[in-house]
Design a protein around this ligand. Structure first.
Ligand code: ADP
Ligand code: MG
Length: 156
């Protein structure tokens, strides 16, 4: 299955879904993954990523890397990279940052505003869309690789 859509009723549901994703990648296991996160400001991209990072074992805060572009989390044996490319002026900047080193085995990347990094970012495994539906959110997952499909199959 390549596509899955459902409603996240509240913030906690978004966090819990991120945690569930973490559980899945550890258990399947998925060795590395690139997730593109789409959705308007406030749609829940950072909230979902927070759930994932916490699900991978991080206990502290998860803040949006709006100015730093990327926030790394060292969660042995994994590394999670949370990107927010909203303020990226030129995709080339990512090259200067040496981000190619981030897309390695045991690395999971969650990327907000991935269209800003077109041409530099690697191909994604999963696209996650978050949309406002009244006070809730609708989430749509689309698999773009075998890894992505494995994840969606476990979610249904
Ligand atoms: P983004 O990173 O997409 O800009 P944030 O995750 O920073 O969005 O903010 C999302 C906002 O929406 C937060 O205020 C959060 O409490 C709220 N939120 C997250 N998920 C849901 C949901 N499923 N239903 C309602 N509100 C949500
Ligand atoms: Mg955000």
């Amino acid at each position: 299955m390549k596509r899955l859509q459902f409603i996240l009723e509240n913030e906690q549901a978004t966090v819990d879904f991120g945690k569930r994703l973490a559980e899945l990648v550890i258990n399947i296991p998925i060795k590395s993954m690139v997730v593109f996160l789409n959705g308007d400001l406030g749609a829940g991209k950072t909230t979902l990523t927070r759930g994932f990072v916490q699900g991978m074992g991080h206990n502290g805060n998860v803040k949006s890397p709006t100015y730093t572009l990327v926030e790394p989390y060292e969660l042995e044996p994994y590394r999670v990279f949370h990107f927010d490319l909203y303020r990226l002026a030129d995709p080339e900047e990512l090259e200067y940052m040496g981000i190619r080193d981030y897309f390695q085995p045991f690395c999971f990347s969650f990327i907000e505003w991935p269209e800003k990094g077109t041409g530099i970012l690697p191909a994604e495994d999963l696209i996650i869309d978050l949309e406002y539906v009244e006070q809730q959110r609708r989430i749509t997952l689309v698999a773009k690789s075998v890894n992505g499909e494995q994840i969606i199959n476990k979610l249904v």
